[in-house]
Design a protein around this ligand. Structure first.
Ligand SMILES: *Cc1c(COP(=O)(O)O)cnc(C)c1O
Length: 395
């Protein structure tokens, strides 16, 4: 259907039809994969800007499949514009590299994807003289206290990877804007189905498309979303000059996966809530952290800004390091692997030697699991957890 007719229609309709159209050449009702590096030049190519991000020139400047995906994601996120890149980390580094200059100050969440921590806390500060403050951004007073006259960006992740810490997006946006700074939100754990940060005041939204948006564990991708005036200069730097361009094939795969995002997220939301409740009531479980549980320290904030709580749970057993590893080895349905948001359930044990644990609340200091609840039958997942708990006398 016509893209201009999609505005104002429901999320599921947009997820299916966004970015798709009749193929002009064949009449196929799906747009094709265009595996080409280069596009035909006009009669007089000397008038072209070889570094532009507008128009079709070379796939690193902009190409068909990435444009279709950008259309879909901007629609789902309620933003004017979108850049898709090779990975979530390409999106994070592209955003930071394009936006920040030496002497700028960044406040960022102590609970983030590891690459955000490495980029800001180890690379940008030492290589480019960018000042950084690591803050528990779920504590708004701490965010306010960290502001400096040169604060350019507040970067938060909510729910945060791996602890599920929740930050109030609207309040963080107000703090940033009052100080003349921008707010960027890594929305990967929630996906645009559960949370749309731009509507709450975020200037930049980052998504790892590798996770829920693709949803099938077979492609990497990332996106930066926001207003065109802010996104356009980033497109030039992050895509054309840094070169973190997505393959047309991966863009196509992610486009295909995203069509079922609403159906998949409903199931992730339902299943994870049921499993989080089961874990919380299990005597051998030391704690279960899930934004949908009333026991989560920021449950009220999550309720206010999320329409569902996603598929990510952090939990730990009343057990030592070895028992935590043995428990995982006993699981039959749930796979021990990194990544998240796939169709299959994934679990990873984050040990007590994690270098960032000092930034987390004390219950995370003894080691814990990050559990991505997949789309298998909920009963099979609970039965799998039960048999492994029972074998360790923890049920
Ligand atoms: C995985 C992840 C990223 C990085 O995405 P890649 O596609 O793996 O580069 C960024 N943020 C969060 C919250 C993630 O979970």
């Amino acid at each position: 259907m016509k893209q201009s007719d999609l505005k104002g229609l429901g999320f599921a309709t947009q997820a299916i039809h966004g970015g798709n159209d009749i193929d002009g050449e064949t009449g196929a009702i799906r747009r094709p994969i265009t595996m080409a590096n280069s596009y035909a030049l006009p009669y007089d190519p000397t008038e072209m800007n070889w570094s532009s991000s507008g128009g079709r020139l070379y796939t690193r400047n902009g190409a068909a499949n990435q444009e279709y995906l950008q259309e879909k994601l901007a629609l789902l996120s309620g933003t004017e514009d979108c850049i898709v890149l090779a990975s979530g980390v390409a999106a994070l580094s592209g955003l930071f590299f394009s936006l920040l200059n030496s002497g700028d100050h960044v406040i960022f969440s102590g609970v983030t994807y590891i690459a955000a921590y490495r980029l800001l806390n180890e690379l940008f500060n030492t290589k480019f003289q960018i000042e950084t403050s690591l803050v528990d951004t779920s504590d708004l007073a701490a965010v306010r206290a960290a502001l400096r006259p040169n604060t350019k960006l507040i970067h938060i992740e909510t729910p945060g990877n791996p602890t599920t810490a929740v930050t109030d997006i609207e309040a963080a946006a107000d703090i940033a804007h009052a100080a003349g700074a921008y707010l960027s939100v890594d929305n990967t754990f929630a996906s645009p189905f559960n949370q749309r940060p731009a509507a709450l005041g975020a200037d930049f939204v980052v998504e790892s498309l590798t996770k829920y948006i693709n949803g099938h564990g077979d492609a990497l991708g990332g996106a930066i979303l926001g207003r065109t005036e802010l996104i356009d200069p980033i497109r030039l730097q992050a895509q054309v000059n840094l070169g973190g361009v997505i393959s047309p094939f991966n863009a196509w795969l992610i486009m295909r996966g995203a069509a079922t995002l609403p159906l998949r997220m409903q199931k992730h939301n339902e299943s994870a809530l049921e499993i989080a409740r089961f874990l919380e009531e299990t005597p051998g479980v030391r704690f279960a952290a899930y934004p949908g549980l009333p026991s989560h320290p920021r449950h009220e904030t999550a309720k206010k800004q999320m329409s569902g709580y996603g598929g990510m749970i952090a939990f730990a057993l009343k057990a030592d390091h070895d028992t935590h590893n043995r428990f995982v080895s006993r699981l039959r349905v749930i796979t021990s692997a990194v990544s998240l948001g796939h169709d299959e359930s994934l679990i990873v044990f984050l040990g007590e030697n994690d270098e960032r644990q000092y930034l987390y609340p004390p219950q995370f200091h003894e080691g814990f699991y990050r559990f991505s609840v997949g789309l298998e039958d909920t009963n099979d997942l609970i039965a799998d957890l039960k048999q492994a708990l029972s074998a360790e006398s923890l049920l």
